[in-house]
Design a protein around this ligand. Structure first.
Ligand code: ADP
Length: 356
């Protein structure tokens, strides 16, 4: 059992507010990814759980116990860093064994445990090597192995894959998730990479400027974002955002000046001027000789073609099926799926909810 509660955490460095009152709960066994742009407070939040920073206000509770005053070693957490933080002159074996040595575990038990961990992480052949003799991926596995040897209640990951190249990163993402599911340990994982968040998380927390902007499963935040920031932060290519005016007509909602119609109705009072969001994969392009939109550019991606279409002042990114691709300059009508239109309040960026 390891549930982590953040209760109104505030932290400032001089005039810089790193965390502006953050509250949420991580469930037992959950893999929770904290994501956001550089400087949004992700590492600070992780360091507050680890006990490496103390908050100016608020509490961290682990399994209901307030651990805010406790030193790092009494919190039952182990951290995996981007920089690996391995001892360069020690072998892989000794790096992994370190947490067991400081706990004065018996020598035979240490040897057995290190062997088990090395097996699980495919490091058996490297046990006598030093970190400089390893690839980046192997170093990161040693760092993970050392965290596993500590047998913590909670794993903390601070951008662990940032130093790895893209193919290796994809493999390590799967490996970390697989180990986490096997061990069933509550894990908090910090990254600025939205792909890591979407692919790895049970749930995601999106931070901006020290404020929690959204929390939910990857699919819930992607399909049903609470605000513009979350809508734009998650998903590549980025969601399209267009200024629009909405009006009701014959029980439908008409989105002008595009003439898009949706059967949803505003839940509550909406302003007339809105921002409409639609993801590139939810727009179809129909050849239309009278159309005002033209295909401005396209990139072939294999099964899809990423097109930019424009009507002059506005642009839309569209992911079209490759077999249905049209030539550059072709007149088209972009047709978003009506049930996939998202509406936002322009000044606040808050989602405007609709009922079907
Ligand atoms: P992230 O991990 O999302 O990149 P951080 O948590 O590292 O963000 O930092 C949040 C904000 O707090 C940033 O503006 C950063 O410059 C500032 N900050 C972090 N640590 C310190 C520190 N030790 N001294 C001064 N400012 C800091």
């Amino acid at each position: 059992m390891s549930r982590v509660e953040f209760d109104s955490i505030r932290k400032a460095y001089g005039p810089t507010v790193a965390l502006a009152g953050v509250s949420f709960t991580v469930s037992d066994g959950e893999f929770l990814v904290i994501v956001g742009p550089s400087g949004c407070g992700k590492s600070t939040l992780l360091r507050v759980v680890a006990g490496l920073e103390s908050p100016d206000a608020g509490r961290v509770l682990i399994d209901g116990a307030d651990v805010t005053p406790r030193p790092p070693k009494d919190r039952g957490v182990a951290m995996v860093f981007q920089s690996y933080a391995l001892y360069p002159h020690w072998t892989v074996h000794d790096n992994i064994a370190f947490p067991l040595k400081i706990r004065r575990v018996a020598k035979d038990d240490i040897a057995r445990r290190v062997r088990q961990i090395a097996d699980a992480l495919q490091l058996t052949a490297q046990l006598t090597r030093r970190p400089r003799e390893l690839s980046g991926g192997q170093r990161q596995r040693v760092a993970l192995g050392r965290a596993m040897a500590a047998d913590p209640r909670i794993f903390l990951f601070d951008e662990p894959l940032s130093n790895l190249d893209a193919p290796l990163r994809a493999g390590m993402r799967r490996e970390i998730v697989a180990r986490q599911k096997e061990l069933g340990k509550t894990s908090l994982y910090v990254t600025h990479d939205q792909t890591e968040a979407l692919t790895m998380a049970d749930r995601i927390v999106v931070l901006e400027s020290g404020t929690l902007m959204g929390i939910g499963t990857p699919q819930a935040l992607y399909d049903d974002p609470p605000n513009r920031f979350v809508a734009q932060f998650l998903g590549r290519p980025t969601i399209n955002m267009l200024d629009a005016v909405v009006r009701q007509s014959d029980g439908a909602l008409v989105v002008d000046p595009y003439g898009w119609r949706t059967s949803s109705r505003p839940a509550g009072a909406w302003p007339a001027a809105v921002e409409v969001g639609v993801r590139p994969e939810h727009v179809q392009l129909r050849a239309d000789d009278d159309g005002r939109w033209r295909i401005a550019s396209q990139e072939f991606l294999g099964d899809k073609v990423q097109c930019v279409v424009t009507d002059g002042p506005r642009q839309l990114t569209v992911l079209a099926e490759a077999h249905a691709a049209l030539p550059i300059g072709a007149p088209v009508a972009p047709e978003p799926r009506p049930d996939r239109l998202l509406f936002f309040d322009p000044p606040s960026g808050q989602r405007l909810r609709a009922t079907v």
